[in-house]
Design a protein around this ligand. Sequence first.
Ligand SMILES: [Zn+2]
Length: 250
Amino acid sequence: MRFKKTAVSVAILSVIASLAFNAYEYAESPASQLFGPTLVSGPANRHVVALTFDDGPNPPYTDAILSVLEKEHVRATFFLVGRAVQAYPATARREADDGDALGNHTWDHAHLLVMNAAQITRSLERTNAAIERAAGTSTALFRPPFGARDWLVLAQARRLGFTPVMWSVPLAQDWENPPPRVIAQRILRYVRNGSIIVLHDGNEGMLCAREEPALCNRSSDVDATSIIVETLKRRGYTFMTIPELLALRN
Ligand SMILES: [Zn+2]
């Protein structure tokens, strides 16, 4: 009898746990608007896409990506980690000088869901100050690390004047360093009008260009960028920065 009761309790608990997990997964999925409005994609009636790069600056890989973009005459949007901007200001400046758009990806890529309002504000303000010092430009774009957000995170971001930017193409797991062609294939199969694509030119803002080079190697992303840009050009897409995409929407 006791065994039966325990079994029933375990079954009920596991159902509750799985419901809670599914609810969390749904709420935190990139397209979810449960916690407030975010930009997920551009207009579906325009043949445009936006390339975005997270977690840099991370020389020399970010610079190599910038060279690909320059060669292809394509502009992208970089979501920068504040402490990496502080360490590599020249790369952040080159992004701005090239006409790429910059966005705020917090000071140290910490999970925002464990922060209070003051800590979120400080992380975002400190990052914007670093971007302004390095690149001479400010940003009103914000992407939460891990895509993790709740009401507090988005309310603080909006209060500071930021537009939260998510993505519409599923992440390519490029941080696991698969071959460039695999990264490109994982992305290209989902691209349609207005898609926002995410690649990673850094590793959560780590400053390991000298200390832990293996953790920062993003050469797969460099070559994947080439393949993705060339393929989407052939498909007739125009590349836009996130501010250009926003202007199109308004
Ligand atoms: Zn990130």
